[in-house]
Ligand binder design. Structure first.
Ligand code: RRO
Length: 311
């Protein structure tokens, strides 16, 4: 059987495979990160962190849905210094470490970026798109703030910085964000975060199914795959190849991963499927992707990357 090479790179950082965990489920504590380190995930991505420890939003704040999930976790995390201290042990697990940061201001993000610039992490993903903090808008939907934040954060060191984007739904928004990204040395983008502020109602109880924000939460999983694919595709066409794209949204099998490859993803992240299935999902999806590519006669990612065929 032909060997299929799924190795890739993000901002010059080599990844043995195309699949990694997303900043999201099961990546908050050392024990959870250790599980990811021992799995087939190509990197270890941490839960978005803040200056201080956060308990997160009141429960119930997560619910499985038939085709995904809705959640309003509210950034529960250990505080950035805990992740900073873990970096040497995480690196010792033998794969790239991606830290996600999600401060509440440019100043807070600057403090955290500076700290991680002076650490051994491989990539810094700045989360501009958490939808679940009461009273806080998503930076990614505020183009002026996105530009000011990038101006400040991209000059704090030489380690590659990327941004986690919200899903966009209008061509003018793809173009506006791409034009901002082009002004700065943004090395990668991760798209998409959950679709924020969706509402699932239980008709029996006549209540929302999660508690925070009156039931408004981030929609994840299969529901958002077409949106993730469109965002990856749009940005792949608008940005040049110096910006790598990490696709996220509804990847639960090898063909989902392959669809993101056709759209132009350099790598993909798995959130809801990892939440539901556990860390075995990485090897399973990897094997399914390899089998699907073998059937097609492809033996490396570049054989199909970005090569969506016109109808
Ligand atoms: O913790 C969360 O509620 C959360 C975050 Br930080 C995020 O970026 N996206 C999301 O759907 N949930």
């Amino acid at each position: 059987m032909t060997t299929i090479d799924l190795s890739t790179q993000i901002a010059g950082i080599h990844l043995d495979s195309y699949l990694m965990n997303a900043s999201g489920p099961k990546c908050t504590t050392w024990d959870e990160l250790l599980v990811i380190g021992k799995s087939a995930s190509a990197a270890i991505v941490t839960k978005s962190c803040t200056l201080e420890f956060r308990e997160g939003n009141p429960e119930p704040r997560y619910s499985d849905l038939p085709l995904g999930s809705i959640q309003s976790m509210g950034l529960p995390n250990l505080g950035y210094k805990a992740y900073l201290e873990m970096v040497p042990e995480l690196k010792a697990l033998g794969k790239p470490v991606v830290v996600s940061i999600s401060g509440f201001s440019i100043e807070e993000n600057s403090e955290m970026v500076t700290a991680f610039q002076n650490s051994d992490v491989d990539l810094i993903e700045v989360n501009f798109s958490c939808p679940n903090i009461p009273g806080k808008a998503q930076v990614a939907y505020d183009f002026e703030q996105t530009e000011s934040a990038l101006a400040a954060l991209t000059k704090l060191g030489n380690k590659p910085i990327g941004i986690k984007l919200a899903p966009y739904f209008d061509m003018s928004h793809f173009i506006a964000i791409a034009n901002i990204i082009k002004k700065f040395p943004v090395k990668f983008i991760t798209c998409v975060n959950s679709i924020g502020n969706t509402l699932i109602i239980d008709p029996e109880t006549e209540q929302p199914i999660i508690k925070p924000k009156g039931g408004f939460g981030g929609l994840c999983g299969d529901y958002i795959k077409p949106i993730g694919l469109a965002n990856v595709r749009a940005f792949r066409e608008l940005l040049d190849d110096s910006v790598q794209i990490i696709g996220v949204g509804g990847i639960k099998n090898g063909t989902d991963a392959f669809e993101y490859l056709l759209a132009g993803a350099d790598a993909v992240q798995i959130a809801t499927c990892f939440e539901k299935e556990g860390a075995v999902c990485f090897a399973r999806i990897e094997n399914e992707l390899k089998a699907f590519m073998a059937k097609k006669g492809y033996n490396k990612l570049s054989d199909a990357k970005g090569k969506l065929k016109p109808l």
